[in-house]
Design a protein around this ligand. Sequence first.
Ligand SMILES: *[C@@H]1O[C@H](CO)[C@@H](O)[C@H](O)[C@H]1NC(C)=O
Ligand SMILES: *[C@@H]1O[C@H](CO)[C@@H](O)[C@H](O)[C@H]1NC(C)=O
Ligand SMILES: CC(=O)N[C@H]1CO[C@H](CO)[C@@H](O)[C@@H]1O
Length: 525
Amino acid sequence: MKLLPLILLAILTCDQVANGYRILGVFPLHGKSHWVMQEELMKGLAKRGHQVDVITHFPLKKPIPNYTDISLAGSLPPVMNNLTADDIQRFGSSSMAALAHMGTMVCQLLDHPKLRQLIQNPPQDPPYDIVITELFVSPCYLAFGRHLKVPVVGTVASVFHDWLSEVSGNPMNLAYIPSMFSVYDQHMSFKERLINVLLSNYISGQMHYYTNSQLEFAKKYFGIDVPHIKDLYYDLSLYLVNTHHSLHGIRPMTTNVIEVGGLHLKDDDPPSPEVQKWLDESKDGCIYFTFGSMVRIETFPKELIQQFYASFEKIAPVRVLMKVAKKEDLLPGLPKNVMTQSWFPQISVLKHKNIRAFITHGGGMGTQEAIYCAVPMIGIPLFGDQRINIQNYVNKKVAISLESVNDVTEEKLTSALNNILKDLSYRENVQKLSKLFLDRPTSPLNTSIFWVEYVAKYGNVLQSPAINLYWWQRNLLDVYGFILAVIVTALGVVLFVLRKLKNLLFGSRVCAKKDSAAIKSKKNK
Ligand SMILES: *[C@@H]1O[C@H](CO)[C@@H](O)[C@H](O)[C@H]1NC(C)=O
Ligand SMILES: *[C@@H]1O[C@H](CO)[C@@H](O)[C@H](O)[C@H]1NC(C)=O
Ligand SMILES: CC(=O)N[C@H]1CO[C@H](CO)[C@@H](O)[C@@H]1O
C-alpha cells in the first residue's frame, strides 16, 4: 500500500528530469534594472530543474544548483551607481541613433573569449534546447538561436517596444496605444493620434535603420548572412513582456506575446537592524527616496540638493530614508530626520507599515515595486521611459509628478509631500491598483516558465502569420484599394452609360438647336 506514493514520486521525479531542458540565457546588456527581471526568470527555470547557462554581467553571489554563470563582469564600465547628473543630461537628449549605438557597443562583446568559445564549441552533452535573450537595442544576439538551431525567446524589460510590433506581427493600433516615448494615455485627441502615429513610425524606422549595421556581427561571429536585421527577429518564438493591463492599459497581444508584468517581484531580505529601528520609530510616517540603482544623487547640483534638504526639514517629524551611493560626496547639512544608506532592500522598506510615500525617478521596476507594496509616489523623471511611467501613474491618481528634475523647488516638493501625506485618496487608489495588479491565475514567473517549456517542447508554433505579410497587406490596404477601384470603375461605367443614354434620347434635339443657333449667328454677320 505504501508503494503507490513511492511509485508516483518516482514517476514525478523522472518526469522532471526527462523534461529538464538545457537553456542558454543571453543577457549582455549591463544595466542592473534590466537584469533583475532576467535574473528571476533564469533562477526560476533552474529551480524548476532545467540546466541553465547564463551570459551576464552579474554573476550570482550565492550559487544555486543547475545555474552556471558565463560571466562578462568587468568587460564594460559599470553603470550601477555610476550615473552622474551630467550623464543624465546627455541621456535626456539621446536619440534613437545613440540608443542603437549603445546596442552596437554591446554587440562588440561577441568578441569576448567566453562568447567566442561558446559560439565555436557549443556544449553537446547535452546540447541547448532553447535560447532566451533580452530584447532592447542589440538584435545581433538573436543569431544565437539560428546558430544553435533552437527556438528563441525574447524578454522585454519595459513596455513592448514600438519597433517590435511589425517584426512580431503584434497589432499596434496607434489610435489607442500610445508610443513608448510619448506621454499620452489611451484616450487621444485627433492631434495626439496624429503625433502618436508619426512618432511611433519614426522611432521604429530609426531603430531598424540604425541597428541594421549589427548584421555585420551576425556575419562575422555566426556566419549568418541575411538581407536585413528584421529577418533575425522572425526567429523569435515567444516574447515575455514586463507589462500588465492594470498598469499599462488594454491592448491586443498576439499568441506569442505574453504579459508577465512584475516577474521580478519577490520578498526581499529584511532591512538592517539600524534601518528597521528607524522605520519602526517613524511614528509620524517615513518617505523613501531613491533615484534607482544607477544614478548617484550626490552628483546633482548643490542648489537642487538644498531644495531637497529644505523640504525634508519642513515635513519633520515625518522621516526620510534616502539612497546615496557615496555618503562622503553628499552636500553637508543633511536634516536630522533623514537617514542615508548606500543600498536598501527596497521591497522590505516599501512594505513597512510606516512608509507613506516613495520619491522616485520613475524606473519601470521601482514603480512596480511601489504598486506591489501599495505605496503612492512622487515622480521626478530623469530620462527614457520614466516620464511616461510617471504620467501613467498620475493618470491613475496614485502619484504626483514634479515634471523634471530641473523644476524641483522646495515649495513644489513640500506641497507634493503634504498632498500625499494628507490626502488619503492616493493611498486608497494605490491599494486598489495593487490588488488589480497582483490578482492572477498564477504568478508571472510560473506563467513565464510554462510558456518557455511550451516552446521548448513544441517549437515555433505560436508565431503570428502576420509576419509573412507586407504592412499594406496586413492593414488590408490592397483589398480596400481593390474595392475602391471596383466602385470607382462601376461608377464610371454607370456615368458613361447614362451620358450615352442621354445623348441617344435627347441628343438630336440639342444638336438641332445648336445648329440653328450657329446658322443664325452666321447670318447676322
Ligand atoms: C563609471 O563610468 C565611466 C564611463 O562612463 C568609467 O570610465 C568609470 O570607470 C566608471 N566608474 C567606476 C567607478 O566604475
Ligand atoms: C508556481 O509553481 C510552483 C511549482 O509548480 C508552485 O509550487 C507554486 O505554488 C506556484 N505559484 C503560484 C503563485 O501559482
Ligand atoms: C539537468 C540537470 O543538470 N539537473 C540537475 C539539477 O540539479 C540537481 C541537484 O543538484 C541534479 O540532481 C540534477 O541532475
